[in-house]
Design a protein around this ligand. Structure first.
Ligand SMILES: Nc1ncnc2c1ncn2[C@@H]1O[C@H](COP(=O)(O)OP(=O)(O)OP(=O)(O)O)[C@@H](O)[C@H]1O
Ligand code: SF4
Ligand SMILES: [Mg+2]
Length: 339
C-alpha cells in the first residue's frame, strides 16, 4: 500500500496515449502491408510508487506488448512512457542502461526463461556482468547468496541447475535475478500462471513481502481478476488493446461499472425476465474479435448484452462520471449489469 504521506508524489511510471501496431505483411517476392495488429491502441495509465497495479484481460488483449513497452524493450507506434518524469523512448544509451537496471521483469514461464546450462548462481549473478558497478567481482558471491536467501532458497544450492528445482523454486530464481540490480519497478507478466495453485500462493506472498521490505512498485499482469485481487492496490482492465475500466480494489471488485469487468467477475446478478429478482449469472461468451480489425465504436459491443446503436457509432471514452477516480469506457456504465 502506498504511504499516505507520499500519495501526492508524482507517479513513478506514467503511460500516455501508448500505441503499438504490428504490420501484417503478405506476398513472397513483394512484401506489402495488408493490415496492422492493433496490439496496444491508446493506453493511459500510471503506477504510483510502492503500489501494485494489476493489469487484467483475456489472451491477446495486449498485456505482454504493454509490458515490453514499459521496459523499453520495444518502441511504440505512438505515445509515451515516463519513468520519474522522463520519456523512456528518448533516453541516451547511458540513461537507458540505468533504466534497464531500475525496471525489471519476471516472466510467466520459469522453465523457458532460465538458461538450462547455467547454474542458479550464475543465473542470479548474470545481471552483475552487465552492470558491474552494482556489485564488484569479489562481492558477487555474497550478493548472490543474499539474494537466494531473500527469496527463500538455500544458498547451498547455488551450483545446481534449473532442472534440479521445482516450478515454484525456479520462479524464485527468476525473482532473485530480477532483484539483483535493486530495481524500483518490477513488471510481472503472469508470474504464477504456470504454477500449481498451492505454489502460486507462496510465490504471491513472497512478492508481497519483498514489496514491503524493499519498497518496490509492481505492475502485475494476469488474465483473470481473481488472480490479482489480493495483491493489487489498483486494477486496469484491458480489452482488445484498450483499458476499459480502472479503479481501486473496492471499485473494481465490489462496484464494477463496465460490462466487460462485470462479465469477468461473472458474479454480478442480472435481472431474469421470468422471475422477480436477480438470478442469472453473466457469462462471457465467444472469443474476442481480431485486433487487426476491431469492431467500430466500442470494441466490446460484439459480446456486450447492453449494446445499442450508439455503441457501434461512437467510441466510449475512458472517463469518470462522478469524480470518484473510477473511470469506465462505456456509454452506459453503471453498477447494475442490467440487460
Ligand atoms: N511481435 C509481434 N508481431 C505481430 N503481432 C504481435 C507481436 N506481438 C504480439 N502480437 C499480437 O498482438 C496482440 C497482443 O498480444 P500480447 O502478447 O500483447 O497479448 P497478451 O494479452 O499478453 O496475451 P496472453 O494473455 O496470451 O499472453 C496479439 O494479437 C498478438 O498476436
Ligand atoms: S459502450 Fe455499449 S457495447 Fe460498449 S460496453 Fe458499454 S454498453 Fe456495451
Ligand atoms: Mg502475454
Amino acid at each position: 500500500m502506498p504511504d499516505p504521506a507520499t500519495k501526492a508524489e508524482r507517479p513513478i511510471l506514467e503511460v500516455e496515449g501508448l500505441v503499438k501496431h504490428y504490420p501484417v505483411n503478405q506476398g513472397v517476392l513483394f512484401r506489402r502491408e495488408v493490415g496492422r495488429v492493433k496490439a496496444v491502441d491508446g493506453v493511459n495509465l500510471e503506477l504510483r510508487r510502492g503500489e501494485t497495479l494489476g493489469i487484467v484481460g483475456e489472451s491477446g488483449c495486449g498485456k505482454s506488448t504493454l509490458a515490453r513497452l514499459l521496459l523499453a524493450a520495444e518502441r511504440p507506434t505512438a505515445g509515451s512512457v515516463r519513468f520519474e518524469g522522463r520519456d523512456i523512448f528518448s533516453l541516451s544509451r547511458r540513461d537507458l542502461r540505468t533504466l534497464r537496471r531500475r525496471i525489471q521483469m519476471v516472466l510467466q514461464d520459469p522453465y523457458s526463461s532460465l538458461n538450462p546450462r547455467m547454474t542458479v548462481g550464475d543465473i542470479v549473478g548474470e545481471p552483475f556482468d552487465i552492470h558491474p558497478d552494482v556489485a564488484p567481482k569479489k562481492e558477487r558471491r555474497a550478493r548472490v547468496n543474499e539474494l537466494l536467501e531473500l527469496v527463500g532458497l538455500d544458498p547451498d544450492h547455488v551450483s545446481r541447475y534449473p532442472h534440479q528445482f521445482s516450478g515454484g523454486q525456479r520462479q524464485r530464481v527468476g525473482i532473485a535475478r530480477a532483484l539483483a540490480l535493486r530495481p524500483d519497478v518490477i513488471v510481472c507478466d503472469e508470474p504464477v500462471s504456470a504454477l500449481d495453485v498451492s505454489v502460486q500462493a507462496q510465490v504471491m506472498n513472497l512478492l508481497d513481502d519483498l514489496q514491503r521490505e524493499l519498497g518496490l512498485s509492481y505492475v502485475f499482469i494476469a488474465h483473470d481478476l481473481a488472480a490479482v485481487r489480493h495483491i493489487s492496490d489498483r486494477v486496469a482492465v484491458m480489452y482488445l488493446g484498450k483499458v476499459v475500466e480502472t479503479g481501486d480494489q473496492t471499485q473494481i471488485y465490489e462496484h464494477p461499472t463496465h460490462p466487460y469487468t462485470q462479465a469477468l467477475l461473472a458474479a454480478v446478478p442480472v435481472p431474469d425476465p421470468d422471475a422477480q429478482g436477480w438470478t442469472e449469472q453473466l457469462t462471457l461468451e465467444g472469443e474476442p474479435p481480431s485486433p487487426i480489425d476491431p469492431p467500430s465504436g466500442c470494441r466490446f459491443r460484439t459480446r456486450c448484452w447492453k449494446a445499442r446503436d450508439v455503441c457501434a457509432e461512437e467510441e466510449p471514452a475512458l472517463v469518470e462520471r462522478d469524480g470518484s477516480g473510477h473511470p469506465s469506457a462505456c456509454h452506459f456504465a453503471e453498477e447494475t449489469a442490467r440487460a
